[in-house]
Design a binder for this molecule. Structure first.
Ligand SMILES: NC(=O)C1=CN([C@@H]2O[C@H](COP(=O)(O)OP(=O)(O)OC[C@H]3O[C@@H](n4cnc5c(N)ncnc54)[C@H](O)[C@@H]3O)[C@@H](O)[C@H]2O)C=CC1
Ligand SMILES: O=C([O-])CC(=O)C(=O)O
Length: 346
C-alpha cells in the first residue's frame, strides 16, 4: 500500500494538470487547499521530505523553512511540475510567514546522532530548538497538526505539549511524534524473513522511538508466517536498533535521512487524508494516550478532520510482547518526564 502510494503520487505528478479522480475521492481540481510547512527543510531529512511533499497532490502550498539554505532548496523543488506552490524562508525573522496558515507542520529540525551516541544525547541541543519552533507554532498556526521528527521523540513531543499548554493552544489531537520509520523498518524486515510480499505487510509498532521503547508487535503481523521465537527476537532487535544500524553505516555522516523522509511523507499524507475526511486512515504515532499508564505512547491512531480521531488499543499481545511492554515503561516514562521538566523550567 505504501509503495503504491508513492507510485501513484509519481504517476499523478507526471500528469500534472490533467484531470483525475484519486483514490482519496477528490477530482484533482477539487482537493482542498492545504499548506504544509517543513521546519529544517534544508537538512538531510528536510530536503528529500520536501521533494516528496512536492509530489503529493493533496498539498497546495509548501513552505520550506530553515535557519539557512532554504532559498536554494525551494527554488530547486519549485521547478517540479506538480500542484503545490513552494516558498523558501530562511532565518528566524521569516518563521512567522513560513508558518502562517499551515495545516500541517513537519519538524525535522535539529542535530542527528553520530556513532556511539543515543538519541537522548541529542536532548541538550534539540530540546531548545523544538521549544522555540513550537513557541512560534503556537503563535502563528495554533490549529496546525504537528508532526515531530526531531529526536529524542520520546522527549520532544512532551516538550511541544508543554509549550502549547503554556501558550493556551494545546490540543492533544494535533500533536504527533513520528514513529512511522519504525513501522516501515518492521514491515521491511518481516517481509524479508517471512518471504512475503512487502507491499502486503501490515503490523503495529508501539511504545516510543528509542531502543527498547520501540516495540514491534510481530504477533499481529499480516500476512501470517510461521517464524520461530529466535527469528521474532532477532526481528524485534533489528527493528529497535534500525536507527543505530544506519548511524553506524553512515560512520559519522548522520542518521537515517532518505528512509525517514519516506516515512515522514507517508505519515503526513495520512494526516492530510484524515483532514480531508477520508475514512479509516489508521497509522501508528506517538501521541497523548490512555492506552497505558504513561501520558504519551505510540500505538495505532485513527486520523480524522481534527487530527487524532481515536487512539486505538494495543490488541492481543503474546508473552514476549507483554514482557517487552513492561520493560520499556520505565525508560519511556523517564524520557517523557525529562521533556516535561525541561519545558517547565526553560
Ligand atoms: N523520528 C524519527 O524516526 C527520526 C528522527 N530523526 C531526527 O531528525 C532530526 C534531523 O535529522 P537530519 O535531517 O539528519 O539532520 P541535519 O543536520 O541534516 O538537518 C537538520 C536541519 O535542521 C536545521 N535546524 C537547526 N536548527 C534549526 C532551527 N532552530 N530552526 C529550523 N531549522 C533548524 C539545520 O539547519 C539543518 O538543516 C535529528 O534530530 C534526527 O535525530 C532522524 C531520523 C529518524
Ligand atoms: O537513529 C537515529 O538517531 C535516527 C532515528 O531516530 C532513526 O533512524 O530511527
Amino acid at each position: 500500500m505504501r509503495t503504491s502510494m508513492l507510485k501513484s503520487i509519481v504517476r499523478r505528478s507526471s500528469t500534472a494538470g490533467a484531470s483525475y479522480v484519486s483514490r482519496r475521492g477528490f477530482a484533482s481540481g477539487s482537493a482542498p487547499e492545504r499548506k504544509v510547512a517543513v521546519l529544517g527543510a534544508a537538512g538531510g531529512i528536510g530536503q528529500p521530505l520536501s521533494l516528496l511533499m512536492k509530489l503529493n497532490p493533496l498539498v497546495s502550498s509548501l513552505s520550506l523553512y530553515d535557519i539557512a539554505g532554504t532559498p536554494g532548496v525551494a527554488a530547486d523543488v519549485s521547478h517540479i511540475n506538480t500542484r503545490s506552490e513552494v516558498v523558501g524562508f530562511a532565518g528566524e525573522e521569516q518563521l512567522g510567514k513560513a508558518l502562517e496558515g499551515a495545516d500541517i507542520v513537519i519538524i525535522p529540525a535539529g542535530v542527528p546522532r553520530k556513532p556511539g551516541m543515543t538519541r537522548d544525547d541529542l536532548f541538550n541541543i534539540n530540546a531548545g530548538i523544538v521549544k522555540s519552533l513550537c513557541t512560534a507554532i503556537a503563535k502563528y498556526c495554533p490549529n496546525a497538526l504537528v508532526n515531530m521528527i526531531s529526536n529524542p521523540v520520546n522527549s520532544t513531543v512532551p516538550i511541544a505539549a508543554e509549550v502549547f499548554k503554556k501558550a493556551g493552544t494545546y490540543d492533544e489531537k494535533k500533536l504527533f511524534g513520528v514513529t512511522m520509520l519504525d513501522v516501515v523498518r518492521a514491515k521491511t524486515f518481516y517481509a524479508g524473513k517471512a518471504k512475503v510480499n512487502v507491499a502486503e505487510v501490515n503490523l503495529p509498532v508501539v511504545g516510543g522511538h528509542a531502543g527498547i521503547t520501540i516495540l514491534p508487535l510481530f504477533s499481529q503481523a499480516t500476512p501470517k508466517a510461521n517464524l520461530s521465537n529466535e527469528e521474532i527476537v532477532a526481528l524485534t532487535k533489528r527493528t529497535q536498533d534500525g536507527g543505530t544500524e544506519v548511524v553506524e553505516a553512515k560512520a559519522g555522516k548522520g542518521s537515517a535521512t532518505l528512509s525517514m523522509a519516506y516515512a515522514g511523507a507517508i505519515f503526513a499524507d495520512a494526516c492530510l487524508k484524515g483532514l480531508n475526511g477520508v475514512p479509516d486512515v489508521v497509522e501508528c504515532a506517538f501521541v497523548q494516550s490512555n492506552v497505558t499508564e504513561l501520558p504519551f505512547f505510540a500505538s495505532k491512531v485513527r486520523l480524522g478532520k481534527n487530527g487524532v480521531e481515536e487512539v486505538l488499543g494495543l490488541g492481543p499481545l503474546n508473552e514476549y510482547e507483554k514482557q517487552g511492554l513492561e520493560a520499556l515503561k520505565p525508560e519511556l516514562l523517564s524520557s517523557i518526564e525529562k521533556g516535561i521538566k525541561f519545558a517547565k523550567e526553560n
